[in-house]
Design a protein around this ligand. Structure first.
Ligand code: IPM
Ligand code: MN
Length: 375
């Protein structure tokens, strides 16, 4: 019996979550796993009604469950940054979900925008660090009445002297944001990446950075990667600059096996990864704390304009449910979800709109749940 926190969220969130749960229930029936779903109302609607985003009491309640299943959050009526930082990032940080695991797999029958590439070419993992880098939230905006030139500002920025008086004059507004990389934070994510490579039979780990420009943070990142790599002599390693890796994802995706990346570059390259695996509708992600409580979600957003229309693709959420089972140690059940999804796509009778079909959100969930029971 697993207690699971469920945060359906906004937009298409509740619809795709229903299908994710439908498929988990089906695989639970087959494999003898029971779930106790604990629903949380948090998201844009709740925030607009109550002014509350995600209080600590909710996190404490989630702490009593084994895992968290999240639909999507976000709404055009809420200013950017509020739900992102106070809900999604708050959960990732509170539970120290330092791994953002994003498999990039193209399944047979899914249209790929890359010419001449098929499922045999696109099958790798992005392991995104999930708690550091430019996501730590250190930054500010202020009006600067003290400096006479950008050079003076830079000099003070280097000295980290931010005690500037606020004036009404916006002409000299300045903003800064600090990225933080730690040795421990890098080490644990890189070890996870190498262990994943071993577990999944992959023989290359690629580290992403921009160490040619952001020399402090990614210089440390590189040093740690070299050290961690020494512990895995059977696994090939390499560095890729982030700009170059976007090119290689398109040109030679078959090269990649496990990619380990700092937080912000990981955010960017996994949207590209989602496109080469057939689109955002198919891309699941896990926010994992291997020793704690993890959270699983589709990597796409809440798509408010499709809300309630039964057109959204639930596959990313269904696959995220599979990643959750894998993390809970239910490998057989996890494999069944992936297998059933692959079969339904291959048969091509119940395809969602984003991959060329006309089936509704609930039909796709139904078909995959039915397939699970037939496997
Ligand atoms: C993602 C999202 C989030 C991120 C946002 C919504 C905070 O884009 O999960 O990729 O930047 O990590
Ligand atoms: Mn993103």
């Amino acid at each position: 019996m697993y207690r699971i926190s469920v945060v359906p969220g906004d937009g298409i969130g509740p619809e795709i979550m229903d299908e994710g749960i439908k498929v988990l229930e089906a695989v639970g029936d087959v494999c003898g796993i029971k779930f106790d779903w604990k629903y949380f109302p948090h998201g844009a609607e709740h925030y607009l009604k109550t002014g509350e985003v995600l209080p600590d009491e909710a996190l404490k309640e989630m702490e009593k469950t084994e895992s968290i299943f999240l639909g999507a959050v976000g709404d055009p009526r809420v200013k950017p940054g509020i739900l992102e930082k106070e809900l999604l990032l708050k959960m990732r940080f509170y539970f120290d979900q330092y791994v953002n695991l994003r498999p990039i797999k193209l399944y047979p029958g899914v249209p790929c925008p890359l010419k001449g590439k098929g499922p045999e070419h696109i099958n790798f993992y992005v392991v995104r660090e999930n708690t550091e880098d430019f996501y730590v939230g250190i930054g500010d905006r202020f009006t600067d009445d003290k400096h006479n030139s950008i050079l003076e500002i830079k000099r003070d920025l280097y000295d980290l002297k931010f005690n500037v008086d606020i004036t009404k004059d916006k002409a000299s507004e300045v903003a800064y944001q600090v990225g933080v990389i730690t040795r421990e934070g890098s080490k644990r994510i890189m070890e996870f990446a190498f262990e994943l490579a071993k577990k999944k039979g992959k023989n290359r780990v690629t580290a992403v950075d921009k160490a040619n420009v952001l020399t402090s943070v990614y210089g440390l990142w590189r040093d740690v990667f070299e050290e961690v790599a020494k512990g895995y002599p059977d696994i090939e390693t390499e560095f890729n600059f982030v700009d170059a890796i976007t090119m290689w994802f398109v040109k030679n995706p078959e090269w990649f096996q496990v990619v380990v990346t700092p937080n912000m570059f990981g955010d960017i390259i996994t949207d590209l990864g989602a496109m080469i695996q057939g689109g955002m509708g198919l891309a699941p992600g896990g926010n994992i704390n291997p020793e704690g409580i993890s959270m699983f979600e589709p990597i796409h957003g809440s798509a408010p304009k499709y809300k309630g229309k039964n057109v959204a693709d639930p596959i990313a959420t269904i696959l995220a449910g599979g990643l959750m089972l894998e993390e809970l140690g239910e490998q057989k059940a996890a494999d069944m979800i992936e297998q059933a999804t692959i079969e339904v796509i291959k048969e091509g009778k119940t395809l969602p709109k984003d991959i060329g079909g006309s089936a509704g959100t609930s039909d796709v969930g139904e078909a995959i749940a039915k397939k699970v029971r037939e496997l």
